[in-house]
Design a protein around this ligand. Structure first.
Ligand SMILES: [Zn+2]
Length: 408
């Protein structure tokens, strides 16, 4: 089969020396130490080629609104109230243009797959959902965007929300989310989301246990219903900051429960660090669940961006290598093995969490390839290696030139 493109001298995870990657018709068709071909070639000079970052939890619809919200306390309650107020003025065009800004940043940071949570309630209606659906279609050339419809401000306490969620699911939402901590009936909220997921046969991704009081958890109810509905492998929970406050025995018991139920965990370091521990004046708790230790105990985990430039997280460049580095630094993950595990938490592991079928540098898979300026995953996380170029289904989607030193 004639090749369209060959990547020369790539490093890929799990092989020894440099290797060539042959691409034809949008797929990887050959991986070998040297591929003889006249096809166009890109020299990678021993740099790491991987299938791109997988961001399993991002709020594109409320990104880039820091300049409209004037928060001072930095608490979760203040962030929810500030965004709820700002949301009243969101139009479909406004949501689209802000979301596009964040999505384009993610693409040039090397993200090839993303799950975005979209708020659905009677105030915003389906404006956010419609804007993000259009964005998904417009940027399909660069990124696979999965839409999770969810009720940020509650469900059982917010009449009209369930009908709108139904409408979003019927219109093609890829999965459904929940946010029981904002509901007056958290268990009822969780039960309604499981019922909607059953009805549409879609996966679930909750915002869950977003505080650092370990004396109670909604996690138990989610695991129980995951067992009841036989949904292991199709349920994820985000934040779960309570897990950062557990003593070792309790932590191991919860990890075993999650692994047995097949409930995955997404940790959101930037938001969790910013919003947790606000009641403390000193010795401030970090509030970041130890994802790499959960992964060691058999739980499917990911690190993700969550919020960008809004009251939940007034920072952000949509870089998952920065998020992995931030997490590693916060979580005392510094050995070569731990740093490589942090790389997996923004690549292979979220791909498993999102049940992505053909993710990986392997013959037969779509030619989704991102090149980092480093030779291996450990260096990538330790040195915040920058992405230099990306391909989506064999077509180049971005280039980032290396810095140039101008010697005297
Ligand atoms: Zn979130």
């Amino acid at each position: 089969m004639p090749l369209d493109l060959v990547l020369r001298q790539a490093r890929i995870i799990g092989t020894g020396g440099p290797i060539d990657i042959g691409i034809a018709d949008g797929r990887i068709v050959e991986i070998a130490p040297h591929i003889a071909t006249d096809a166009h070639e890109l020299p990678l000079d021993n740099r790491l080629a991987f299938p791109g970052f997988v961001d399993s939890h991002v709020h594109l619809d409320k990104s880039c609104i820091s300049d409209r919200c004037h928060c001072e306390r930095g608490t979760l309650q203040e962030a929810i109230a500030a965004v709820a107020a700002a949301k009243a003025a969101f139009t479909e065009d406004d949501i689209y243009s802000r979301a596009r800004r964040s999505l384009e940043r993610a693409i040039v940071q090397g993200t090839t797959h993303m799950r975005t949570h979209v708020e659905i309630d009677p105030r915003i209606g389906l404006r956010g959902f419609d804007a993000i659906r259009k964005l998904k279609a417009d940027y399909a050339w660069a990124i696979d965007l999965e839409i999770c419809a969810f009720p940020q401000e509650g469900l059982t306490n917010d009449p009209g929300t369930e009908d709108l969620l139904l409408a979003a699911c019927a219109a093609g939402a890829d999965l459904i989310g929940g946010c029981p901590y904002t509901d007056t009936d958290p268990d009822g909220h969780v039960a309604r989301i499981f019922a909607l997921a059953e009805r549409f046969d879609i996966d679930i991704d909750f915002h869950l246990d977003f505080d650092i009081d370990p004396t109670w958890m909604h996690l138990d109810e989610v695991c129980r219903l995951t067992d009841t509905f036989r949904r292991g492998g199709r349920v994820a929970i985000g934040h779960v900051t309570k897990l950062s406050a557990l003593a070792p025995d309790a932590f191991h018991a919860v990890a075993r429960r999650l692994a047995d139920a097949g409930v995955a965990v997404t940790v959101l370091p930037a938001t969790d660090l910013f919003l947790m521990g606000r009641g403390h004046s000193h010795n401030i708790p970090r509030g970041v669940a130890p994802a790499h230790r959960l992964a060691d105990l058999g739980v499917t985990c990911s690190l993700a961006t969550n919020n960008v430039l809004n009251p939940f997280t007034p920072f952000g460049d949509c870089s998952l290598i920065r998020m992995a580095n931030l997490y590693a630094n916060t979580a005392h993950a510094g050995t070569a093995r731990e740093l490589a595990a942090c790389f997996d938490l923004v690549t292979g592991s979220p791909a498993r969490l999102m049940n992505l079928g053909a993710y990986g540098i392997a013959v037969g898979n779509p030619a989704d390839v991102v090149v980092l300026d480093c030779a291996d995953p450990t260096a990538a996380v330790a040195e915040l290696a920058q992405p230099l170029l990306g391909l989506k289904r064999g077509r180049q989607t971005f280039t980032r030139p290396l810095p140039v030193l101008h010697r005297p």
